[in-house]
Design a protein around this ligand. Sequence first.
Ligand SMILES: Cc1cc2nc3c(=O)[nH]c(=O)nc-3n(C[C@H](O)[C@H](O)[C@H](O)COP(=O)(O)O)c2cc1C
Length: 375
Amino acid sequence: MGGEFLQKRTVSRAWPSVEIHAIQYNSDNYSAWEIEPLKDFEEKTWRETAKHLVGWATLAPSAHNKQPWIVQLDENERHLLIQPDPGEIGAASDKEGRQTHVGIGCFVANLSLAMGSYDIPVTYKLIESRNQKKDIASVVFDLRDIQKGHLKNPQVLEYLRMRRAYRGPFVEGFDLPEPLLRQMEEISENEGVTLRIIRDQGRKNLLGKAQALADMAVLKIPAFRNELASHLVVNDSTQTKVMPGNTFGLNDQEAREVHDALSSSAQMPGHFAAGFPRSDQEGVIKSSAVLVILADEKKPQYFVRSGVALEKLWLYAQANGLGVRIMAGMIESPLHNLGLKKILGEKSKQPTVLACVGLPEKDTWPKSPREQIIF
Ligand SMILES: Cc1cc2nc3c(=O)[nH]c(=O)nc-3n(C[C@H](O)[C@H](O)[C@H](O)COP(=O)(O)O)c2cc1C
């Protein structure tokens, strides 16, 4: 849990390169990224220490950048409760709450790694319950010993700050070293999930086509478009729980056009309507590997575990100079999920995450904003 896997790197180059990953924005909605490691917590109260650790966790990825976590600090018990926001579950793109819980898992991974960086023992438990008629999984962290923490591994914190969703092209034909792949399998096993790695071109081509079809299908569903429109916004937006168009490689005018088209019932301009599926298809085909996380059961706690594994894999990939592209389409569309199982030859386990990894063609890529958690 302490992030030892991040030291077992196979190449000596992290992505993005250090000079370029500097914060590109000064607006308040990006200020969460300006968090700096502390030497220790001797001068901080317990509450301030918890706030600092949670500050690293909020840099975690989530579907649509919804940041679906609700966090409560219990000063008496010295616990932190992390719950999914029920308002975010059941929307068009997340009928089973899978995406939301995977995001919670990413938050849990970041919090664990931040605690490990300060040499704080990591203990948390997963609890399943029902809230607003939905099955949810919550996570309770034991924060009793946090004030004894002292900075032991600042590099891990740096990885948390460098991580970002990459949606650009990959360098074609880049082979991943075997030890890196074995380490990825081990990271997943440690979280109680299974990782399947697809590298042969035949199956990558099939998956690329399937992803493009899944994209085309969902872009035609009004409820899905509405949801995407409220998250895929203009580049100079001051909102915090959104994806500015530049994180999709769109310039200011393109970002506005796509947002406007998604917000109305009008047809998306043809080149954009075709551009998304084509870009995803290429992303899969030119990737070095497609990673599919599989869980034993279709239950919230397994979705959380999948998220913990995803974030750890993501950080490990970036620490090795690789970019990560997540594609939820094939997971969430029931037909494509079935197709994915067939391609994998999988009968019993449930695909929960699909991500492509490869060598990024673009050395720089924008960060997305974050909502800071106030206690
Ligand atoms: C569970 C999950 C599903 C995601 N699905 C997609 C997706 O289908 N397409 C995509 O482009 N990005 C996807 N992402 C990436 C998020 O949009 C991204 O993490 C978020 O916008 C925050 O940006 P950042 O990762 O650069 O901080 C997904 C991320 C997570 C955690």
